[in-house]
Design a protein around this ligand. Sequence first.
Ligand code: 5AD
Length: 352
Amino acid sequence: MNNPLFELLDRLEATRSLTTEEYAVLIAGRSPELAAAAAKKADRVRRAIYGNTVFIRGLIEIGNVCKNDCLYCGIRRSNKNCSRYRLSTDEILACCREGYPLGFRTFVMQGGEGGTIAVDEVCRTVEAIKREFPDCAVTLSLGEYPTEAYRAMRNAGADRYLLRHETADKAHYEMLHPKEMSWENRMRCLTDLKALGFQVGCGFMVGSPYQTTELLAKDLKFVETFRPDMCGIGPFIPHKDTPFADRPAGTVDETIFLLSLLRLVKPDLLLPATTALGSISPNGREQGILAGANVVMPNLSPQKAKENYTLYNNKLTTGAEAAQNLADLKARMAAIGYEIVSARGDIQRINE
Ligand code: 5AD
């Protein structure tokens, strides 16, 4: 046991902190043995807080109109091949009405940024969901807004907000986004959301263009210091109508290793096994759960939305990721020893 990599892993489990350089050594030193050891620790740490439960979130893709032009994303503004849609408040409520009897107690409204839906309409829709489903949590994932808009959303009753930081490195951020977007504003948004009392999710892609081991290490350090309630990570997957069409996708193995490390960095983290992970490998989500993830986000969107909410190619649109196939997903989780539960699934913050 005097292999320095395994010692770093032990120290991470014990102290929940490493230097950025040490995170980089661990990430670069990944081997099947190291990943297996990390997954085993991550599973133990997760079970101590959440047992074998897996929380579900009903994902509603409320629209793909987007004012941003992120170089990796299939619904970027300049993609003329993307057929744009937006769901009305009634259509969103219809998704919730379908999801509630299936067992969903969290609804996630995710959509393109600044254009899909006005702030007032977001607030009215949140209020309508909360009125009809008072025992459910509402999560928003609608991108960057001014502080006051976030405050209005929070006052309307939204409980959580997901905004991936995408990368903790400013220079890398600028390689993935057009000039008019700024890393500072992204960080301002995350800080605001936390101060407003949202449960906040950040996150990043694994294997995005120009990403290095050192940059991933910075992402881990960011999670350690920012202390989000959730962290969504998934492999980068190229989309044919973007400038990154010919870039290689991220890998399942690196993604699940990072899931394990994130669980050790913050044991109470809500950590989804994402659709992107399920999209690059048939059992990607099971592997994610086994490695420390404890959330899955089945898709409650109407079919027309699913077909056009194409952030990347070959995104799952039928099958176990569909909320209507929850029975199948439950069986798949049961087969590996985990139980999907119908609960809001708020973070169970541990004292530190
Ligand atoms: N591959 C994987 N993930 C992507 N996202 C956007 N485009 C891609 C892609 N090509 C992720 C981003 C964004 C989230 C909604 O989806 O991290 O924050």
